[in-house]
Design a protein around this ligand. Structure first.
Ligand SMILES: [Mn+2]
Length: 294
């Protein structure tokens, strides 16, 4: 393509074909179980034309997207009202990506989309650990009778992987029973409010594989208002950046990632979308770093 033409229907710098890629980015625009304000289905479509506002180079990680082979797979298509079909479709798609030897990087959508993605990644990497960044516990066993919900997603993943496999950070909202599930009964590792122990936990997992799921509402609503269930008292972008540098330094292999819960239309300034894009760039660079080492 001529160098001064830009297709902003595609993420800048993610122009590898599927076959040539190491990492596949795609949108999973599902918000069917959102408990409060819907709108995350519009996240990835809002992010693409704004991504051009970033540089491909990350000064913090000293890595550049132009050195990565990334395919922008576009948007998944599914019947939004049929939760089980949506989950099955995501699992099948992520399986196809993983079975082709590539790493999935999914943009939600609400947080329930993480469940089928993790299931698909676990088929190839059954011992992978889950690192979960969020304002919310997401450990409910059900929400208003719904077993599959963005408020139950980490509990459903725990049903599959069991104890000592899930690490949660930045959590500041949930029922007492959910906090007890993590902190008292230790079914998961949880650091409430902050992200200061990420490096220390990763150190214990040297040589292991990790899936990372970032609910962007871990960030304080003052920097990230564009989300369905904003929760005051969140971390700063700088603090989230410390998570990226911890992963960069750690001897673990990232085998998949997602970022969820951007709901762009609640933030007319557009800053939330810009923040989401910067997080996306750093996550891709981290996925690629380990791809190069292996
Ligand atoms: Mn959340």
């Amino acid at each position: 393509m001529p160098s001064n033409l830009c297709n902003d229907f595609q993420f800048m710098g993610m122009d590898s074909s599927f076959e040539d890629s190491d990492i596949v980015v795609f949108g999973a625009p599902f918000d069917g179980t959102t408990s409060f304000r819907p709108g995350t289905r519009f996240a990835s479509k809002a992010m693409r034309p704004e991504f051009i506002g970033l540089e491909t180079y990350s000064p913090k990680l000293q890595l550049d997207l132009v050195d990565c082979r990334v395919h922008d797979g576009g948007e998944m298509y599914f019947p939004l009202g049929d939760v089980q079909t949506v989950l099955n479709t995501i699992e099948t798609t992520v399986s196809e990506i993983v079975q082709a030897g590539k790493k999935p990087c999914m943009i939600g959508g609400e947080h329930l989309v993480t469940l089928p993605a993790v299931k698909a990644v676990l088929q190839a990497h059954p011992n992978a650990y889950i690192f979960h960044f969020d304002a919310h516990t997401d450990l409910r066993d059900e929400l208003d009778g719904a077993y599959f919900s963005h408020a139950t997603v980490i509990r459903r993943i725990h049903d599959i992987v069991g104890d000592e496999r899930i690490f949660q950070f930045g959590i500041r909202s949930g029922m007492k029973s959910e906090f007890d599930f993590a902190l008292q009964d230790q079914h998961t590792y949880m650091e409430p409010f902050q992200v200061t122990t990420v490096a220390q936990q990763l150190e214990k997992l040297a040589g292991e594989k990790v899936y990372i799921t970032i609910d962007l509402d871990i960030l304080d609503p003052s920097i990230f208002p564009g989300t369905g269930t904003p929760e005051a008292g969140g971390i700063t972008y700088r603090e989230l950046e410390s998570v990226f540098t911890a992963f960069q330094a750690a001897d673990v292999e990232l085998v998949g990632a997602d970022l969820v819960e951007l709901s762009p239309d609640y933030d007319h300034s557009g800053v939330s979308t810009a923040v989401a894009n910067k997080v996306l760039r750093e996550i891709i660079l981290l996925l690629n770093k380990k791809a190069n080492l292996t």
